[in-house]
Design a protein around this ligand. Structure first.
Ligand code: F6P
Length: 540
């Protein structure tokens, strides 16, 4: 049994299948020839319905991809992950974010410790919400990467479950233009700072935390211990920084998988303990689906296999995420870290250079905004970019009266746009069809046939549509866990370590070497470009 998918004999079968029918696969023809295609290629997972039918796949393709997964021991790899084997082998660590959302009393690893940490964090969050730490109106969360993106994305997505009198602010960038405007509007007496850093060594976070502390004192804040708390697996460093209240977690929680741990404190403060537990419950339901559903109906597995089909056979280099819910506008940023930091790797588990492509570029914007920006390229550009649409059936505008009616109507427009885009990508429009249409604006001198070619669409552009009934803590938890497991599936089949991130280290080390040169102006020994840029930046 092989683990790296290109070493499996099934890989060659897939290559032959791609050459024979995969490359020329037309989604429109597939629908023409199969009235049951939607039913056959739509899947239910907890809280998430997935329509995969607008993808360049059919039953034989899926069968081969599933055979590949079986041959590569995907189930054994998954079980090793969930059991707590040290699958992050370059750091000698288990990867157990799933244990963070297992219910109390479950047999998941570290359940007693996890529940104790969760209870302590939620008790604190509730005390802040009840005003027991003084009347707190603003919480400033300082962290970066996994200690920022997950909590920031979730708090924004669950805004409807938050309170107007308790504002959450997220500061991540070492660029002071991030922190300064946040502090400018705050009253120190009513502000709580949460310093989030797994390692508590991250330059950006420590710099922002120091700046926040000095602002707090200068702004008349008297009780630093009461107004600064930390979430970290390095509570000793947090204490050395002068923070008494620190919520700890473990090295087996990866940064980009940490929103379920005490790093989720701002989420709990924003939406309350009950909603935080619902978020965990939604993720746990998806974990169970991933752990026990046969591969052929296992949604993270199917999405991961399609990702491999597109990346390694079709050669598509990116995937665009279009969430048709304004609350999910930070989802692409969150997914960029989740997927690209996890699977942007060039060597396999044994350190051999990979002969196949790994992580695609993941990018996107909330619908409908993206339609008025880059969708032009998705429809008519020279690259084929699979799109992932996310539609939410029921909105939660929190409006009443005439406004509620108007916003309900806008929601129908939102859904119609979402459906129309995947339809347009697939359907396309031939030049002959375009020729029969009257263009709204057109040059009087331009040949009609030339214009028709400008107005035609190739079509056959693939997309997946995920549908949630509503955006709730539970459905959001399930959605995020779905993405986590899909990233695991592709990483496992590529035979890479999805849980380390050595690629971020070199830049950090060079930054530390350059920093003193920004004071001294010393450019000796630097390459010509860096020396030139440094001089330019320091010139009077
Ligand atoms: O530099 C990358 C990274 O290590 C991420 O993996 C991590 O989420 C982020 O920095 C923040 O790290 P920390 O939580 O230790 O401050």
């Amino acid at each position: 049994m092989t683990t790296r998918c290109d070493l499996s004999p099934v890989w060659a079968e897939l290559q032959a299948h791609f050459a024979a029918s995969g490359r020329g696969f037309d989604i429109r023809d597939a629908f023409q020839g199969d009235a049951g295609r939607f039913d056959a290629l739509s899947f239910e997972a907890p809280e998430v319905f997935a329509d995969l039918s607008k993808n360049r796949i059919d039953a034989p393709t899926l069968a081969l991809l599933l055979k590949l997964a079986a041959d590569c021991g995907l189930e054994a790899r998954r079980d090793a992950l969930l059991r707590g084997d040290p699958v992050n082998h370059t750091e000698g660590r288990a990867v157990l974010h799933t244990a963070l959302r297992a219910p109390a009393g479950s047999s998941a690893p570290f359940n007693t410790e996890v529940q104790a940490a969760l209870d302590a964090m939620l008790t604190f969050a509730e005390s802040v919400r009840r005003g027991e730490r003084g009347p707190i109106t603003d919480v400033v969360h300082i962290g970066i990467g996994g200690s920022d993106l997950g909590p920031a994305m979730v708090v924004q997505a669950l805004q409807a479950f938050g309170r107007r009198d308790l504002k959450l602010h997220f500061v991540s960038n070492v660029d002071g233009h991030d922190l300064a405007p946040v502090l400018a509007g705050l009253d120190a007496k009513h502000t709580l700072f949460v310093i989030a850093s797994k390692t508590f060594t991250t330059q950006e976070t420590l710099a922002n935390a120091q700046a926040a502390k000095s602002w707090f004192v200068a702004a008349g804040g008297t009780d630093v211990a009461r107004h600064f708390v930390a979430t970290s697996s390095n509570t000793a460093a947090a204490a050395a920084f002068g923070i008494d209240t620190a919520f700890g977690f473990w090295d087996w929680v990866g940064g980009r998988y940490s929103l379920w741990s005490v790093i989720g404190l701002p989420i709990a403060i924003a939406v309350g303990a009950g909603n935080f537990r619902d978020l965990l419950a939604g993720a746990h339901a998806m974990d169970q689906h991933f752990a026990s559903t046969p591969l052929a109906k296992n949604l993270p597995v199917l999405l991961g296999l399609i990702d491999i089909w597109y990346r390694n056979f079709h050669g598509f280099t990116s995937r665009s995420v279009a969430a048709y819910h304004q609350g999910l506008r930070r989802l692409p940023a969150y997914l960029q870290q989740l997927e690209m930091e996890s699977n942007g790797k060039g060597v396999d588990l044994d350190g051999h250079a990979l002969p196949l492509a790994t992580s695609p570029v993941v990018w996107g914007e909330a619908g409908t905004n993206g339609q008025h920006a880059y969708f032009q390229m998705l429809h008519q550009g020279t690259d084929v970019i699979p799109v992932e649409f996310i539609a939410v059936k029921r909105p939660n505008h929190g409006a009443s009266g005439e406004l509620a009616d108007r916003l309900a109507d806008q929601h129908r427009k939102l859904l119609a746009n979402c459906l129309a885009q995947s339809q347009a990508l697939m359907q396309g429009k031939t030049a002959a069809e375009a020729l029969t249409e009257k263009a709204p604006t057109a040059s009087a001198t331009l040949d009609r046939e030339v214009l028709a070619r400008h107005r035609s669409f190739p079509g056959n552009r693939p997309s997946t549509t995920l549908v949630l009934d509503a955006l709730t803590p539970r459905s959001l938890g399930a959605l995020i866990a779905l993405y986590e497991h899909r990233v695991f599936v592709t990483g496992a089949l590529w035979g890479i370590n999805s849980f380390d991130q050595w690629g971020v280290e070199l830049g950090k080390a060079l930054c530390n070497q350059l920093l003193p040169r920004l004071d001294s102006g010393d450019t000796s020994g630097l390459d010509g470009s860096t020396a030139g840029l440094l001089k330019r930046l320091l010139a009077a």
